[in-house]
Design a protein. Structure first.
Length: 472
């Protein structure tokens, strides 16, 4: 059973095969740290985390690089739009280095709260200026770039394959270009590698001049090359990164090295909120702290985002979040039940009963994940398993097998709570007291204690002559 991934470059699903057997070199376009990441950004990053987890689940070793864009992120048209970090610094009247430092820390804290695996490295663009200049010099030498005063542009006409990722044609780009295309550019589709502007807040001296800063695309080409080498296996981002960002990265990197840059390009679709685009004017650009201030756990968000396939548009609503919290409670209940069944406290009489059901669920889960990380049917298997547990179809050996499967699921998705569950002492005392009340047939008192436990989030069940508890 091989892992099939959808490759934006070939526009089809292909079996994943790393360049070096057993090892994966993966680059994820990370955040621009001028503000806090919103839940849409988090969707893209969670997709990268899931991909990493699944590759590891399948026995591969992954070197994962997720960059931090802390300078010169020039918006869509690549050389005339504003640098978001520079603009934010002016707006706040603050030092851009302080702003990027603050939001980098915040970003890493968000990832930790959401149980992301730590990447091998989170390189900062500002720490790779030398490597960017080295590539720019190389591109100039090879005739793929040209200078215009203190600025340097990539010459798109020098790279015949420009457009291979996005499907955009250079002619169409020229025709659709705005009238005020910079006169110093030879063609409208050419994009900036290095810009100069004395008014820019973050700037570096180089042989191009005293006040320079990098174009956005060269940052990722240089950071990928520094940490992963000239050829990498997987490059990811959100769907908006396909053009111009990734198209331009391919042009720069391949023109510079003369080799294919990344074998697999994978992109997450945008997250929508309340059925539409997230927007500041609608006040629905939510962050993890908005999620938490509504009483949800980071885990509820993680689960909500994983319930949709990364290549399908996903709609976020607070009602869906509430549903996710309820669904997770069921999965917690599954874990609790399986532990009890495995201990012989409940479940089918025959230990091996239901083993085939567990094996089928495990196989279906793996098949779904191997199908381009199809998380919705993979997650559905867990609820199927819970039905079997509730219906007492599973014996103790089957439950032990299921717990082993869930440990694997946890490694791949990070949504379960596999902790040994126990009650705090006070709650345990109330629970014990209720058992005694029931034994003594003090029904009113027993009901009162049951309500007390419920208030503490503990559901008590009297089944088959035994009394058990689970978290609500
Ligand atoms: P930025 O911080 O703007 O560079 O964006 C970081 C990442 O988030 C990029 O890979 C974007 O493609 C991605 N992204 C931005 N908005 C959304 C969204 N609504 N849904 C999913 N991904 C997004
Ligand atoms: Zn990038």
């Amino acid at each position: 059973m091989s892992f099939q991934v959808y490759n934006s470059l070939t526009r089809k699903k292909q079996p994943f095969e790393p360049i070096d057997a057993g090892q994966v070199r993966m680059y994820n376009c990370g955040p621009t740290v001028y503000g806090r990441a919103h839940i849409g950004n988090l969707r893209s990053f969670l997709f990268a985390d899931t991909l990493r987890r699944w590759l590891e689940h399948e026995g591969l070793e992954v070197k994962q690089v997720m960059n931090i864009t802390d300078v010169g992120h020039i918006t869509a048209d690549a050389d005339q739009g504003e640098d978001k970090l520079d603009a934010q610094a002016r707006k706040e009247g603050r030092d851009p280095w302080k702003i990027s430092e603050q939001h980098t820390e915040e970003f890493l804290a968000d990832l930790a709260a959401l149980d992301f695996l730590e990447a091998s490295i989170y390189p900062r663009a500002t720490a790779h200026i030398e490597e960017m200049l080295e590539m720019i010099d190389g591109l100039l030498e090879k005739g793929h770039a040209y200078r215009a005063g203190d600025n340097v542009y990539f010459d798109v006409s020098s790279f015949a394959e420009y457009g291979k990722l996005s499907g955009n044609k250079v002619e169409d780009l020229a025709a659709g270009a705005r009238i005020d295309v910079l006169e110093e550019k030879r063609a409208p589709a050419d994009f900036a590698l290095w810009k100069s502007d004395p008014a820019h807040l973050m700037k570096w001296e180089s042989h191009f001049g005293p006040h320079g800063f990098p174009g956005w695309h060269i940052e990722c080409s240089a950071m990928a090359r520094t940490h992963l080498g000239d050829r990498i296996d997987i490059h990811t981002g959100g769907e908006d990164n396909i053009f111009p960002h990734h198209e331009c990265e391919i042009a720069q990197s391949e023109a510079f090295t003369g080799e294919p840059f990344a074998n697999y390009w994978m992109h997450a679709k945008f997250l929508q909120v309340d059925g539409g685009k997230m927007s500041k004017s609608l006040g629905n650009v939510y962050t993890l702290s908005d999620v938490e201030s509504r009483g949800f756990r980071p885990r509820d968000l993680r689960f909500t985002l994983l319930r949709g396939h990364y290549r399908q548009p996903l709609n976020f609503t607070w009602a869906i979040m509430a549903d996710s919290a309820r669904a997770l409670a069921k999965l917690d209940d599954l874990v609790t039940r399986l532990k009890r069944i495995a201990d012989g406290q409940e479940g089918a009489a025959e230990a091996t009963a239901g083993e085939d059901l567990v094996r089928a669920a495990k196989q279906a889960f793996r098949a779904a994940m191997n199908d381009d990380l199809n998380t919705p049917p993979a997650i559905a298997q867990l609820f199927g398993l819970r039905d079997h547990a509730v219906q007492e179809c599973l014996g103790s050996a089957a439950a032990a097998l299921a717990l082993e499967f869930l440990a694997g699921v946890q490694g791949a998705l990070g949504i379960l709570d596999m902790q040994e569950e126990s009650l705090d002492q006070e709650t345990q005392d109330i629970f014990n007291e209720r058992i005694r009340a029931r034994e003594n047939k003090e029904w009113a008192r027993s009901d009162k204690l049951r309500d007390e436990l419920l208030e503490r989030g503990i559901v008590v069940e009297d089944t088959g002559g035994r009394t058990v508890w689970r978290k609500r």
